[in-house]
Design a protein around this ligand. Structure first.
Ligand code: AMP
Length: 203
C-alpha cells in the first residue's frame, strides 16, 4: 500500500468506524447521531461504511439532518443484500471488504472510532497499524463512551509495557469521552510524520 495521505488542516473528511448493531444500548446510537451532527455543522464531510443499521445509520442520519455531506463505501455483496443507506450524498459500491477499508482511509484526513464489534475493532486497529508504519498520518480518535474501550486501551498499554511497541506509539491515538470532544481532539492530536516509521520496530 502506498502513502495514504498527508495530514491536512482543516479536517474536511473524517472517516468514522462504528457499529452495525441494532441490539446494543441505544446510548451508542445516540452518540453516533450526535457525532454526525457535530461533524456536519463543523463543515467536515464524513466517510463511513455506507450501512443503514445501528450506529452507522444513526451517524449518517445525524449528519444529513444537519445538512452534512456523507460518503458511504460499501462492498457489492452488502449492497446486494440492501444493507446500504439509500439517502447518502454519495454511495460507492466496491468489490470487497478490503477495498472498502482502503477506500475509506484513503479519503480520510482523520479517523474517529465509536464503540463497535469486530468490524469496528478491525478497522481501528488497521488504521493504528498503518499510522505506526507511516502510511496514514492523520489523527485517530477513540470515543470511549461508557468506558467501552477500557479493555482495548489496557491491551494497547500492555503492548507498550511489554515492548511490543515503542512508548512513542502511545501517541498514535487520542481518547475522548464523548463526541463533543472529537473536533478539538482532531485539532490538538500530536503531529505524526512518515519518518516515525524509523521506530515502527520497538528496540
Ligand atoms: P461491527 O462494529 O462489527 O458492527 O462492524 C461495523 C463495520 O463492519 C462497519 O464499519 C462495516 O465495515 C462492517 N459492517 C458489518 N455489518 C454491517 C452491515 N450490516 N452493514 C454495513 N456494514 C457492516
Amino acid at each position: 500500500m502506498g502513502e495514504l495521505l498527508a495530514r491536512t488542516r482543516p479536517h474536511h473528511s473524517v472517516c468514522v468506524y462504528c457499529a452495525s448493531s441494532l441490539a446494543c444500548d441505544a446510548a451508542y446510537h445516540d452518540v453516533a447521531r450526535r457525532l454526525g451532527g457535530l461533524l456536519a455543522v463543523a463543515g467536515c464531510s464524513i466517510v463511513y461504511g455506507g450501512g443503514r443499521s445501528g450506529s452507522m445509520g444513526a451517524l449518517a442520519e445525524g449528519a444529513l439532518a444537519a445538512g452534512g455531506r456523507v460518503v458511504g463505501i460499501i462492498p457489492r455483496f452488502m449492497q446486494d443484500l440492501e444493507w446500504g443507506h439509500d439517502a447518502l450524498s454519495e454511495l460507492h459500491v466496491v468489490e470487497d471488504m478490503r477495498t472498502r477499508k482502503h477506500e475509506m482511509l484513503t479519503r480520510a484526513s482523520a479517523v474517529v472510532a465509536l464503540p463497535g464489534g469486530t468490524g469496528t475493532l478491525e478497522e481501528l486497529l488497521e488504521a493504528i497499524t498503518l499510522k505506526r508504519l507511516g502510511l496514514f498520518l492523520g489523527p485517530i480518535i477513540l470515543v470511549n463512551t461508557r468506558g467501552y474501550y477500557d479493555p482495548l486501551l489496557s491491551q494497547l498499554a500492555a503492548a507498550i509495557d511489554g515492548r511490543f511497541m515503542d512508548a512513542r506509539h502511545g501517541e498514535l491515538w487520542t481518547v475522548v469521552a464523548d463526541p463533543e470532544a472529537v473536533l478539538q481532539a482532531i485539532e490538538t492530536s500530536p503531529e505524526w510524520s512518515a519518518d516515525n516509521r524509523n521506530f515502527a520496530v520497538a528496540r
